[in-house]
Design a protein around this ligand. Structure first.
Ligand SMILES: [Zn+2]
Ligand SMILES: [Zn+2]
Length: 579
């Protein structure tokens, strides 16, 4: 009878099958390890000749043959001498076996068909359980992930319970690759990174800078409209700030080494909070002035291991869309509602319609792990809950997942491919007001501690734009598009009219470009489409005479005989409404 196996077991078993096929077709290959990973599995091999895409095909065919043969997975135990004999030509396996011995573990083996591998298991019952298997790519990998070791070839693959699931996954993979922001970011000249400068340090090119500027303008306008005060603060600060805040003790691995200025150590800032606190503290605030909301697009630097730095989404320097709210405990609920409304409004503008919301609260059984008074926590957690309920938002409660200094709301956005990304975070903080002695004067004339809320809506400009490239597949809506209109001419006779239109568009703050080259229209259109320009204008003799244009959009639709004044009116409306 068919037993139900976990997808992990299925995938790991497929790795055995891959190793079997490799040993049969390329007997000189030496075996590394073959675990399952997210979305699939891999197996490492030492072999002088690189595996080609044709090799992967051959290997897949061979694997299929073994699936048909329905070979049973059997657990076998050997004596040390027997095991060493079986693995005599597999140096990496012998090394693993030595490690097991050092740890006092007895090695176990699994056999299916003619293939034996050192493994702990578990596996599927029979190779016939592997109904949908696919090899996806080859990459280089060092033995045990150590650069000083030999470089091996890692063959990746995946397996699913059904063929349909596999097909769906491969389609998504293909779509994700097409949208990959590291690829599109380069093609669309949005950003670059340079080993000569350093890993994870983003250079925003003119196209990327326009996108960022538009987002920042939108962000600033929406914040100022909602009562935030915009501030700018330094990039470095006395190390004492981080000692007071506690970050120097608990967060040091994410911060860069101090630099000496005169005789004092300074740090490049990993966060903006202390600076906003100092602005707040320059005078005594009455309860009547609260809430005070300071907003800043603050560039911070945090250490990330070079191995995890990736494109725009995992970087070492980034600009947070940061804000800190100082309010009374009674004001907290309304402040959270305000942040939720702002967050959802902004995300919806970018076409994010689905969210996963998590409310992180204390572990009620281990209250001593958390800073601050019981009553403060209860009030804050209740305020966050009420705010979410007021906005009728579904959320999951993460008990025990709150940071030691306060409860929080984390919102993950779901993009066009159904992937989750870290979105807005709203963090209540009882710690910093205490550490920096932040106060306000209450109605009773006495000093009280305000509640401090840290919040970001977009997270960081870098990650947000990186995700946005993939979300839009590079086709930015008109208001964000680096070039909004490209004007193409059919013959030189139309150049004058094209230049006039170009001037009119610039006068209306529309980002336009001219293509007057004597190339064919199909070629010019194709190039503009590759640049993902949302509106392509074509001008020929007919258009010059009638004082109209032909408008082609990225979906391939063409509208002929559009009056220039109408076109400008329409485009300005579309930009303004951020359609
Ligand atoms: Zn195994
Ligand atoms: Zn903060």
């Amino acid at each position: 009878m068919a037993e139900k196996h976990s997808i992990e077991t299925l995938r790991h078993s497929a790795a055995h099958l891959l190793a079997q096929a490799v040993k049969e077709i390329f007997p000189d290959a030496k075996l590394g390890i073959g675990p399952n990973v997210e979305n699939g599995f891999y197996y490492d091999f030492e072999r002088d000749t690189p595996f080609t895409p044709e090799d992967l095909k051959k290997l897949e065919d061979r694997m299929r043959r073994h699936i048909k043969a329905a070979e049973k997975f059997e657990k076998i135990e050997y004596s040390e001498a027997e095991a060493k004999k079986i693995l005599k030509d597999e140096p990496y396996k012998l090394e693993l076996m030595d490690d097991l011995k050092k740890e006092g573990e007895k090695p176990t083996f699994y056999k299916h068909g003619n293939f034996i591998d050192l493994c702990r298991g578990p596996h599927v019952n029979s190779t016939a359980d592997l109904k949908a298997v696919k090899l996806t790519k080859v990459a280089a990998a060092y033995w045990r992930g150590d650069q000083n070791n030999k470089q091996l070839q890692r063959i990746y693959g995946t397996a699913f319970l059904t063929k349909e699931e596999l097909e769906l996954y491969l389609k998504r993979l293909e779509e994700a690759e097409k949208r990959d922001h590291t690829k599109l970011g380069k093609e669309l000249e949005i950003y670059s990174t340079h080993p000569e400068v350093g890993a994870g340090l983003i250079h925003w090119h003119p196209n990327g800078s326009i996108i960022r500027m538009e987002i920042e303008n939108f962000w600033k306008t929406e914040h100022i409209r909602r009562g935030y005060k915009y501030v700018y603060t330094p990039h470095i600060g006395n190390i004492g700030l981080w000692k007071t805040s506690g970050h120097w003790d608990f967060y040091r691995e994410s911060m860069y080494s101090p630099m000496k200025i005169d005789t004092v150590d300074y740090l490049v800032k990993p966060m903006n909070c202390p600076f906003h606190i100092f602005i707040y503290k320059t005078k005594l605030h009455s309860y009547r002035e609260l809430p005070i909301r300071y907003a800043e697009l603050g560039t911070v630097y945090r250490y990330e291991k070079s191995g995890v730095v990736h494109g725009m989404v995992r970087v070492r320097g980034f600009t947070q869309d940061d804000a800190h709210i100082f309010c009374t405990p009674e004001q907290l609920k309304d402040e959270i509602i305000g942040v939720l409304e702002l967050s959802l409004f902004m995300l919806q503008t970018f076409g994010y319609k689905e969210y996963v919301i998590e409310l992180s609260v204390r572990d009620p059984k281990n209250k001593e792990k958390y800073l601050g008074e019981d009553s403060g926590w209860n009030k804050a957690e209740a305020a966050l809950k009420e705010a979410l309920n007021t906005k009728k938002l579904k959320y999951r409660i993460g008990e025990g997942e709150a940071k030691f200094y306060g409860p929080s709301i984390d919102i993950k956005t779901i993009d066009a491919l159904g992937r989750e990304w870290q979105g807005p975070t709203i963090q209540v903080d009882f710690n910093l007001p205490e550490k920096f002695d932040v106060t306000y004067e209450g109605q009773d004339g006495k000093k009280h501690r305000p509640v401090m809320v840290h919040r970001t809506v977009l997270g960081s400009m870098e990650r947000f734009v990186g995700c946005l490239i993939e979300h839009y597949a590079g086709k930015f809506p008109l208001w964000l598009a680096p070039t909004q209109v490209k004007i193409l001419t059919i013959t030189d006779r139309c150049n004058k009219a094209a230049e006039e239109l170009y001037g009119t568009l610039l006068d209306n703050n529309i980002r336009a470009e001219l293509d007057l080259r004597t190339e064919t229209i199909p070629k010019k259109v194709r190039e503009a489409q590759l640049e993902k320009v949302p509106k392509i204008i074509i001008i020929g003799d007919k258009e010059v005479e009638a004082k109209t244009v032909a408008v082609r959009t990225l979906d391939g639709k063409v509208k002929f005989g559009v009056k220039i004044s109408e076109f400008i009116e329409e485009i300005l409306k579309e930009i303004k409404e951020k359609q």
